[in-house]
Design a binder for this molecule. Structure first.
Ligand SMILES: NC(=O)c1ccc[n+]([C@@H]2O[C@H](COP(=O)([O-])OP(=O)(O)OC[C@H]3O[C@@H](n4cnc5c(N)ncnc54)[C@H](O)[C@@H]3O)[C@@H](O)[C@H]2O)c1
Length: 359
């Protein structure tokens, strides 16, 4: 007697929510980019405040001569998340992006994934939100002018977050490639900033209370030297994020109070890789919870050695997940094989054999 059962249709458990690039852009426009940046600051800050309960590990990096591919996992005990991200500074010369990413959230109790999302856009937003969250605590009060050195994919997001959260009104822009600066000026022209394209990094930092370095180069670069940095500024150094890839001269670090995300990862990847292993740093979650001071004087140079940490991506994915019910900006992906008898995976395969069920 044959035990014929047709291949089952996927059950609800088979599907997870998938946010494509098209849906992510729809979501961002629906919410408004600056509102979403402010929302992400709130989500990231909430997660930084509960920092001790997260699983934390330096990201898992696979280096090649031309770039890096990284996995960034974390969990708060209920939800697990990871991001896949690359960093290939030479890509733009080939018409490709330096950074692309996607990420996933899963339930810890069953291990089943619940959300898969594009994260190239989301990484730009979460990086900008993190920079702004940090600057809100460390930048001089009343900061109005930011130097933006490196005018690539991240730059407009950085500018918009710094305005929304910190009140930045004037941007002084510099890139070794003048076309990148022209692109950023064109994109931000109608958004109410005072925009000043500059011919050198020195010119860009004149009068700036916040200096953002966001360049891409697979080497020890020296975007800022010690003599360029006056007292009292906040440096938001986010482009150096790999072993052998930094942006600041080490003498600047020696004069600054350095703030990081997760020390073990930043010692490998950040500006502080140039310093001894016991070089003092403060983790930002400590500032947010009041366990450590942020800016303590007008003359102090504060330096955010930002490399990007998994908890920021977790927060960003959590935010997207929370906005899907009311926006519907997702599709369902049949991604989990879900046999009707949980132990009969092979039977499910057999029943799906082409021709099965047809007379
Ligand atoms: N910290 C984080 O969380 C985080 C997140 C995303 C990206 N990043 C890093 O930020 C950097 C920028 O990312 P992107 O996506 O904007 O890259 P991008 O390639 O789009 O832009 C980088 C820009 O830097 C410019 N540049 C290179 N060397 C320069 C120099 N010496 N002086 C001035 N400008 C210079 C390039 O011309 C280019 O326009 C990358 O290194 C990336 O890995 C960090």
């Amino acid at each position: 007697m044959s035990d014929f059962r047709p291949a089952p249709a996927p059950s609800d458990l088979a599907f997870i929510r998938f946010v494509s690039v098209a849906n992510m852009m729809k979501l961002i426009h629906r919410i408004g980019v600056e509102t979403m940046l402010a929302d992400l600051v709130r989500y990231i800050e909430d997660d930084f405040r509960r920092w001790p309960l997260f699983d934390k590990t330096p990201r898992v990096a696979s280096h090649s001569a031309v770039g890096v591919i990284e996995l960034m996992p974390t969990s708060d005990g209920e939800v697990y998340g990871f991001k896949y991200v690359n960093g290939h500074p030479k890509n733009t010369r080939e018409g490709l992006q330096t950074v692309t990413a996607f990420g996933l959230l899963a339930r810890v109790d069953t291990g089943y994934p619940v959300l898969l999302s594009e994260m190239t856009m989301l990484t730009a937003l979460r990086t900008a939100a993190t920079s702004a969250m940090v600057a809100r605590h460390l930048a001089p009060k009343g900061s109005r002018t930011m130097a933006m050195i490196g005018n690539g994919a991240q730059s407009e997001f950085q500018a918009l977050a710094m305005r929304k959260v910190c009140g930045i009104e004037e941007l002084r822009l510099y890139d070794i490639d003048a076309r990148a600066t022209e692109k950023t000026v064109a994109n931000l022209r109608d958004r109410g900033f005072v925009l000043t394209p500059c011919k050198t990094a020195e010119q860009a930092i004149e009068g700036a209370q916040i200096v953002t370095t966001c360049t891409a180069d697979k080497q020890y670069a020296t975007i800022l030297t010690d003599n360029m940095v006056g007292s009292g500024v906040h440096i938001n150094a986010i482009g150096g994020d790999c072993p052998g890839k930094t942006e600041l001269h080490r003498d600047i670090l020696a004069r600054s109070d350095v703030f990081v995300e997760y020390t073990p990862q930043t010692r490998i990847e950040g500006e502080i890789q140039q310093m001894p292993d016991d070089f003092p740093v403060t983790e930002m979650w400590q500032v947010l919870t009041g366990a450590a001071p942020g800016r303590t004087s007008d003359r102090q140079i504060t330096l955010f050695d930002g490399v990007g940490f998994a908890i920021e991506d977790f927060s960003a994915l959590r935010y997207v997940r929370d906005r899907l019910d009311d926006t519907g900006d997702y599709e369902c992906l049949d991604i989990i094989a879900d046999p009707d008898d949980a132990r009969d995976l092979f039977g499910m395969l057999e029943r799906a054999r082409p021709g099965n069920g047809k007379s």
